[in-house]
Each structure stands twice: as C-alpha cells, then as structure tokens.
Design a protein around this ligand. Structure first.
Ligand SMILES: Cc1cc2nc3c(=O)[nH]c(=O)nc-3n(C[C@H](O)[C@H](O)[C@H](O)COP(=O)(O)OP(=O)(O)OC[C@H]3O[C@@H](n4cnc5c(N)ncnc54)[C@H](O)[C@@H]3O)c2cc1C
Length: 464
C-alpha cells in the first residue's frame, strides 16, 4: 500500500489523499446493518484526468477501487470489503452546463440532487428523481435510483442522455449523445446506469430535466385497511390518472412520523399523493381520484396547495427512515426493497406485513406503490445473533415471494452485497452474460469487486 500511496502522490495534491483513521472510518460503511470494512486510503479526484490516473495506479498495483458518492446506498454497495482505494467524488461537484432549451443539464458526479434542484429552480426547471436522501447524481446513476416521482417521470435510467465514464484501464468514453432518442449501437447508458461502480467511474453526466409544473396539489388519504389503500392505487393507475406521486405508509410508520415530525396524522393505512399540471386539469384529476378512493372506503382525504404545507407533508414522508433510526437508538436499519407487477402488489404487502408481525421486531411497510415497489423497514439489534438470523430469513422470504410472482429482488436500492444471493434465481443464465460483461470491462476484478456479480460464487458466504 505504501507504493500505491507514493504513486498517488506523484499526481494528486496532499489534500486529495487521506489515510486518516476517521476519514477511512467514514468510508467503511453505509447507513444500514451491513458489516463495515476500512479502506486503506481515500482519494478525492478533482478532474477526469485525476480519475483516469487513479485507475491506472489501481491496475499497476492490482489495488481495488470503490467509488463513493455520499454513501447513502442501503445494500453495502460502498463498503470496501477488499480494502484498497475509495474514490470520493465530493470535490467533483460542479454544475457544468444548463441547456435550458434542450431541457438538459451536464454535471460532475459529486453534485447532489438538492444542489442541482436549487440551481435549476432559477431557470424554472427541476430534476425529477427523488430518492429521499440527498444523494449525488453519480451515486444515483450508479444505483439506477428512483423514488416518489417515478410513477410519472421514470427512473434514473430514463433521465440519462450521456455519461462520461473512466474505464478500468484509465481510458475515457462517452456512452450516449444529446439527442432525445437514438437507435445507434448497443445501449451503453442502460448498461452503465445501475452498474454500482463495478464497470467504471462516471465523471460527467448529462441528464434530462423538466419544467416546474404550473400547479401542484399534495394530498393524504386514509383507509380502514392496507388492502383497500393498495387496491385504490391500482384503480387510480388503471383509470389513467397522471398521478405524480403515490406513496403508501402503514400504521406503524405513521406512529413514527407523528413522533419524529410532530404531526398528528390519523394512525391508519395512508396514501401520500401529489398531482402536477395546470389548475383546471388538476381539479379534475383530484376529483376523479377522490371518487375512486371512495369505492375503497377512503375515510379521510386532505389536500394542500400551499407550498409550505406540501413541503411539510413530503418532509415527514422522507424523514421516515430517520424517524425509525431516532426512535430505536442502538439498533440498525434493514430495508427490504422488492417490486412486483401491480396486480400482485396488495397480496405481497399483506404477506410482508404478516411476516413482519411474526418476526416481532419494530418496523413498518412503506412504498412507491405506483411502481409496484415497497420496502419493509425493520430495526434490528446487531448484538443479538438470533434476531439478525431471523431478520435475514424475513428479508429472504419477502424477496422469494416477489421473485415467484415475476417481481425483482430490488426495485431501486440495488444489489450491493445484500441482494447478491438472489441474482442467480432472478436472472438465471443471464447472470453469466453479466459476468462476461464484467470480465470484459474489468478483467482484473478491481472495480468495486464482488458486488452485483460475484466472479467466484463460492466465496460469497465468506464475504457476506
Ligand atoms: C433515508 C434513505 C432513503 C432512501 N430512499 C431511496 C429511494 O426512495 N430510492 C432509491 O433509489 N434509493 C433510496 N435510498 C438509497 C440511496 O439514496 C441511493 O442508492 C442513492 O442513489 C445513492 O447515492 P450516493 O450518492 O449516496 O451513492 P453511494 O451510496 O456513495 O454509492 C452508491 C453506488 O454508486 C457507486 N458510485 C458512486 N459514485 C459513482 C461514480 N461517480 N461513478 C461510478 N459509480 C459510482 C458506488 O460505488 C456504489 O456502488 C435511500 C437512502 C436513505 C438513507
């Protein structure tokens, strides 16, 4: 490692290289229950050339590289189990260009989504993908993040027009173009988005943005049962109402919200909703939605148009994970994340809630139900081996239930190490194609090694 650090020092300034214990510790973990592991060194590139140089050093000394945004991913993605170099992109945080007429923006990977939206607001624009956490655009592209607005605007993969990527050997490629569509060549944007730092490092991203809607209405609706709430969502979608957000929160989670965010929301299965458009259209959409909800015994519908009230509502929803963390000091969070076809959603959520009740640890169910995507958030005692084992079993049961119904083991959080055990079952022979792609682009297995595709499958249990 001494030689690696000497080689890094030949090109990078002192403030760009750290072996400080606290800095390494900050880059050894994510926000969840996954086992931590310290990197040997953390580097902070400022340019694409710096990243290219770091890649070359990694190849020369066969040292693993783990890219790092803000470390808000939830399945151990950024934990450097093979140690080596962590590349923190926080110094590459410039908004390079806003092309207002093209509705495009080019950014460095360390720009966070809140930073971007603050700047875009000056132009009457906004970036749609909202994973709750104030993540970096590089990290969001690398995990194919999505969130509350995906039901209307799509996932991260839908927003990426072009990526500048530094490959394992230090060479630099562009994966797309500025055009809104293209039939030219393989879809490299699609391949690199969601690659979780295993195929290359993104150094620039060109992303699609939207005009801020003329009118926005947010709402909360409560139901006597979880089934009725979810069935209402299915009917809203089937009716073709262009809803912009529709989030399910169960009763246990409403209690957490009320305590943490000082709200007094009714403790019932709840939908948080949002509608974007012009005033006349929205009035019709909201009225039609209310009508549908009445068929499912909706017993309370409260809408807000005022900016501050809407922000308060969504802050309360976004802070839910932190509400659980603060409410259960000493415990660690496990967040399952499955997505199923919308027709399977109600039964999947009921199954998960029943399994959670059997598990008997604090937790709740929430989700971007408009996408058929839901999470079980549970708080576990890491000193209790039996509880961890049972929580893993619970996680597995929820995943297998989704896979058996044509779903996926992760709708948005990604694979990291947490969802690796399910890759073969979900992808079958297609996993071997992914392994071949990994070998072609990273023959020495140095880029975030042993994440997503396990090159040596038999070592999985030792790592995880
Ligand atoms: C409270 C909370 C709520 C969340 N809700 C959601 C949600 O609703 N939807 C959702 O999708 N996610 C959610 N997440 C997870 C998380 O915010 C996303 O995974 C996010 O996209 C990660 O961004 P990051 O900047 O933190 O990246 P990191 O966690 O630092 O990195 C994530 C992955 O990207 C790779 N990476 C980072 N930068 C680069 C780069 N420049 N080039 C190549 N690879 C790179 C890393 O190696 C790693 O594999 C939530 C997290 C929290 C804590």
């Amino acid at each position: 490692m001494e030689k690696v650090i000497q080689a890094l020092k030949a090109k990078l300034a002192e403030e760009q290289i750290s072996t400080n214990e606290t800095v390494r510790e900050l880059h050894s973990k994510d926000e969840t229950y996954h086992q931590t592991s310290l990197p040997d060194v953390v580097v902070f590139p400022k340019t694409t050339e710096d990243v290219s140089y770091i890649m070359k050093v990694s190849q020369e000394f066969k040292t693993p590289i783990t890219p790092f945004g803000v470390g808000s991913s939830l399945e151990g993605h950024v934990i450097p189990y093979q140690k080596g170099i962590v590349v923190d992109f926080s110094f590459m945080n410039k908004i390079i260009e806003i092309k207002q007429e093209d509705l495009l923006v080019t950014v460095q990977p360390g720009v966070t989504r809140e930073q971007l939206n603050k700047e875009l607001k000056k132009y009457g624009l906004f970036f749609t993908v909202d994973p709750g956490a104030n993540a970096t655009l590089g990290g969001m592209a690398a995990t194919n993040a999505s969130g509350t607005t995906t039901v209307k605007y799509g996932v991260m993969r839908d927003q990426v027009r072009n990526l500048e990527v530094v490959l394992a050997d230090g060479s630099v490629i562009q994966t797309g173009s500025l055009a809104a569509k293209s039939a030219s060549g393989y879809h490299l944007n699609g391949l690199f988005v969601g690659s979780e730092g295993t195929l290359g490092c993104f150094t620039e991203l060109t992303l699609q943005v939207y005009g801020i809607p003329e009118h926005v209405v947010a709402a909360r609706a409560t139901f006597p049962s979880l089934t009725q709430a979810i069935q209402a969502v299915t009917s809203i979608l089937q009716a073709g109402i262009p809803i912009a957000r529709v989030e399910f929160v169960d009763e246990a989670s409403i209690i957490q919200i009320n305590t943490f965010s000082e709200t007094d929301y009714l403790v019932k299965p709840t939908l948080f909703l949002e509608f974007h458009g012009n005033e006349a259209g929205l009035n019709a959409d909201v009225a039609f939605t209310k009508e549908i909800m009445q068929d499912y015994a909706c017993d309370n519908f409260t809408s807000e148009t005022d900016n501050a009230a809407r922000n308060h509502l969504w802050d309360a929803r976004h802070n839910l994970a932190y509400a659980y963390i603060h409410g259960h000091a000493g415990k660690k969070m496990m967040l399952t994340d499955v997505a199923v076809p919308i027709s399977e959603l109600a039964n999947s959520v009921i199954y998960a809630r029943e399994e959670l009740d059997k598990l008997g640890v604090p937790g709740g169910i929430l989700g971007h139900v408009g996408d058929g995507n839901f999470h079980c958030l549970i708080m576990i005692d890491m000193a209790n081996a039996e509880e961890i084992k049972r929580a893993n079993e619970f996680n597995k049961n929820v995943v297998l239930y989704a896979l058996e119904r044509g779903g996926t083991c992760t709708g948005e959080h990604g694979v990291g190490v947490g969802k690796m055990p399910y890759q073969r079952q979900e992808h079958g022979a297609a996993l071997d194609i992914m392994k071949q792609i990994k070998k072609a682009l990273d023959p020495n297995n140095l880029l975030n090694p042993n994440k997503i595709v396990e090159i040596e499958e038999e070592t999985l249990n030792e790592i995880y």
